[in-house]
Every structure is written in structure tokens, then in C-alpha cells.
Write a protein that binds this ligand. Sequence first.
Ligand code: ADP
Ligand code: MG
Length: 238
Amino acid sequence: MGQITLRGIRKSFSGVDVIHGIDLTIADGELAVFVGPSGCGKSTLLRMIAGLDRPTTGTIEIDGQDVTRTSAAERGLAMVFQSYALYPHMTVRQNLSFGLENTRMPKNDITARVDDAGRMLEIMDLMDRRPTQLSGGQRQRVAIGRAIVRNPTAFLLDEPLSNLDAELRGSMRAELAGLHDRLKTTMIYVTHDQIEAMTLADKIVVLRKGVIEQVDTPLGLYNRPQNLFVAGFIGAPN
Ligand code: ADP
Ligand code: MG
């Protein structure tokens, strides 16, 4: 399960509105991409879904349950940021298992989950290294692994590849798409990169200055942009 519904979400910081009333449903298993120029409110929206920030008004539901007032931990979602935020003094294995050690999960199960994620991401040979001994792409894989081991209801990814070079970004993007195909877990992927949005998404949500301009499939957006902003942003000719 992993249907996420936003109803009338608004957010202001010190009286300044940055999100102006968002209504949106992301279906269970869907890969939704939030795309839009820098400063349009993508991260703010994702942080509210994650439970790291509260909407000023509006409600957030996960599988029909109102979670607006619950903590991030209670929501069962996993967030991946562009800065990997790995623990520098821990090995890869410790980084992967750390989040599970405060739960009641038996040690054997933790090891099995970490190994599963490690195999899926092909980082088994890196388990004893520390983050400083990894390349950027390897670090990002570990960050994604840390989300996978939690077996979340949904993955929330905020520009996870933007620190990588173009070539690596392309291959990691394909890996993420493959991961979504395998796990079939709801993913919300935030990016300012139109190509990333067009190649990854089941559904694209185009944001501009805190409002949704259009929600459609990549093909739908390309063929039927609702206004000049969407057309210009997606790069369609009309
Ligand atoms: P994006 O992720 O699309 O680049 P953000 O969600 O980070 O955009 O920011 C949207 C707007 O909200 C920006 O104008 C930003 O300056 C503002 N903003 C974000 N977080 C805060 C905050 N904690 N305090 C004040 N303003 C903020
Ligand atoms: Mg952002």
C-alpha cells in the first residue's frame, strides 16, 4: 500500500505563502515526478509529505488515513536527499543497518535485509568501506540502500542525482527505474531536470510558484501542454 493524497495543502513561512493550495493523489505503486524551476516549492511539498514539516492548512493522507499531525517516523516513508548524509565514521554495512537497530528486529533479520539491499544495488563488495572510500555514485547507492532496508510505504527522493556527473546520472536514473519496476513501491521523485522527469515518470506534476500547472503522463504533457509555461518547460514545440 502507498497511496498518498494531498488536500488543500498550503504553506507559508513567516507570513509568506510558498505553497498555494495543492490537491493531488499519487496512486499506490506510482512513480510520480515533481518538476519545476528552482524555488517553486518542490522540496517544501516533499518535506510536508515526509512529515519533516507541517502544512499551514490542508491534510495529507496515506492509504486513506489522515497523517497530517503524525511524526515522520510514524509515516513509514523513506527520504533520500541529494546530499547523501551518510555517517562518515561508520562502514557501509553499519550505515545500512543503523536505522534498523533501534527497532525490535532480530539481528539475523537485519543482516538479511541489508544483504538483500546490498545485492540489489550491487554494493556487496563495499560493505566494509567507509563513505570517504566511495565514489559519488557508490555513496548515492548506499543512501538509496538505507531507504530500501526500511521497506517503506513510499520513497521520497529530493534531487537524489544532482550531485553526480551527467553520465553517472543517466545510469543511476536507469537503475532507479529498474528498482521501481522490481519493488513496485510508490515513489515521489523531485527534480528540476525535465529530461529526468520525462524518462522516469508514470505521472509528472509540473509546479510553478507553489501551484500545480499540470498533472499528466510524460506523453500527455508533451502532446497537450495546458499553457505556455508547461510547453516551454517540457520543451514541446507549440
Ligand atoms: P524547490 O525545492 O522547488 O527549489 P523550495 O521548496 O526549497 O523550492 O522553496 C520554495 C520557496 O520557499 C522558496 O522561495 C524558498 O526560499 C522558501 N522556503 C523554503 N524553505 C523555507 C524556510 N524554512 N523558511 C523560509 N522560506 C523557505
Ligand atoms: Mg529543492
